[in-house]
Design a protein around this ligand. Structure first.
Ligand code: PXL
Length: 276
């Protein structure tokens, strides 16, 4: 079992690969990486960050991998710095996804109702195309609004409409970060297209990197053979526990979630799901 995580390296401010690699590995799954960009920090709330686009390096990396005959059972994409990187990911899916493998797209584009720095309407349109190729997509509420052309914020009712629209892009959308009445919800479509949800008490405030922790845990669980329902529930529990800890322990939320100390509990829960 081999996962490929395509995402940036934000050197400081836990998100993207610095979250995907430890969490997927901790689940007991080999995680290969394809870094898309290297930044001194992520772009959310920091100023003056460096940004080095690695697009030019990627074709040679792929060529080498092909000589090794590599195929991946799961390919998951996250932050992609440009439209040409979206095109590269489409090509990577064609060339490197194993037969029967799963392609998971976290359409990382924005938060709190706004696109991240550097993203444009053209990028959103291209991202819709990437979502059409995916087995699962994992938008947050902001990304869902951009993809489904709906107004932000969503509530429980409009989240269901957003999910229906997202189903025209991908059979199994998983929509995170819907808040209402002090609760936070994940809405998702199961294999048969039924709308399902899972919820927690909301911890108010914005927590950077929460979507990346959720996506990484979800992939780790699926790769260990859980159902998607179990993967969603285990990942939501893990993110919620990490957010609660962060609320107490971390003053500056730009540095990401204090997820490390919650990994053990998450793995115990994963272990009991797998082994009964
Ligand atoms: O966590 C999402 C993310 C990933 N990568 C980079 C980002 C962000 C959000 O701001 O800036 C570089």
């Amino acid at each position: 079992m081999r996962v490929l995580a395509i995402n940036d390296i934000s050197c400081v401010g836990k998100c993207s690969l610095t979250v995907a690699l430890p969490i997927i590995s901790a689940c007991g799954v080999e995680c290969s990486v394809l870094p898309t960009t290297i930044l001194s920090t992520h772009t959310g709330g920091f100023t003056g960050y460096t940004f080095h686009d690695l697009t030019d390096e990627i074709p040679a990396i792929l060529k080498h991998w092909e000589t090794l005959g590599l195929k991946f059972d799961y390919i998951c994409s996250g932050y992609l710095g440009s439209i040409s990187q979206i095109e590269l990911v489409l090509e990577i899916k064609k060339r490197f996804l194993a037969d029967g493998g799963k392609f998971i797209v976290d359409p990382v584009m924005g938060d709190s109702g706004k696109l991240y720095a550097g993203f444009t309407p053209d990028y959103v349109e291209k991202m819709r195309g990437l979502c059409r190729e995916a087995d699962y997509i994992l938008p947050n509420d902001t990304e869902a609004c951009y993809l489904a052309d709906m107004s932000y914020p969503l509530n429980r009712q409009t989240a269901v409409s957003a999910l229906e629209k997202l189903k025209t892009l991908c059979n199994q959308p998983i929509l995170t970060g819907i808040t209402e009445n002090n609760r936070i919800f994940v809405y998702y479509a199961d294999k048969d297209g039924n709308v399902c949800h899972y919820e927690h008490e909301n911890v108010s405030g914005f927590y950077h990197g929460a979507g990346d922790v959720f996506a990484s845990a979800f992939i780790g669980c699926l790769a260990r053979g859980t159902s998607e329902k179990q993967a969603i529930e285990l990942s939501s529990d893990f993110v919620t526990a990490s957010i609660r800890r962060t609320a107490i322990e971390v003053a500056d939320r730009r540095y990401g979630l204090a997820f490390e100390a919650e990994i053990f509990g998450f793995l115990q829960a994963l272990h009991s799901e797998i082994n009964g």
